[in-house]
Design a protein around this ligand. Structure first.
Ligand code: C5P
Ligand code: MG
Length: 163
């Protein structure tokens, strides 16, 4: 029997500001600056949430968690991820794998890769070998390269659950 596969794409950007926490997939990275946003500004969690919703054509993060809603002020973005995953499962899909890239000039993130992957995998009840997180600088070019913002990209593959 041929399985039905879906892919979804996610992207996000947040401004950098001194004194704020830098949270990536729920992991707080030691840093003098962090990301600004209505929620905890977890740019990676937001990109993966949109990729999940996109793969099942369930809209986007702002549709499910509007930033005008006081409930989501300072919210732990892992709850957005878990909710998107629950919606995707309710629509009859399970996750095959997640790949992602965080684009941030500094600090260096590679020492935190395993912690970030483990946190993302746990939030999605996914095994580590299906959960990929990559890091890039923007080579000092543009708002990311100048240290004014951070971006994340994600792609998710879903498969229709066995009936
Ligand atoms: O951007 P660039 O290609 O120079 O990044 C080289 C490597 O540095 C990446 O593959 C990644 O492993 C690491 N990196 C990192 N933290 C960042 C940006 C890049 O650990 N903020
Ligand atoms: Mg965001």
């Amino acid at each position: 029997m041929i399985s039905e596969y879906r892919t979804g794409l996610g992207w996000d950007v947040h401004r950098i500001r001194a004194g704020l926490p830098l949270i990536l997939a729920g992991v707080t990275i030691p840093s003098e600056f962090g990301l600004e946003g209505h929620s905890d500004a977890d740019v990676l969690a937001h990109a993966v949430t949109d990729a999940l919703l996109g793969a099942a054509a369930l809209g986007d993060i702002g549709m499910h968690f509007p930033d005008t809603d006081a409930r989501w002020k300072g919210a732990d973005s892992l709850q957005f991820l878990r909710h998107a995953h629950a919606l995707v499962r309710a629509a009859g899909f399970e996750i095959v794998n997640v790949d992602s890239t965080v684009i941030l000039e500094r600090p260096k993130l590679k020492d935190y890769r395993l912690a970030i992957r483990e946190s993302l995998a746990a939030a999605l009840s996914l095994t580590l070998d299906r959960t990929s997180v990559k890091f890039k600088t923007a080579e000092k070019v543009g708002p990311v390269g100048e240290g004014r913002s951070a971006e994340a990209q994600a792609i998710v593959t879903l498969v229709r659950s066995a009936a």
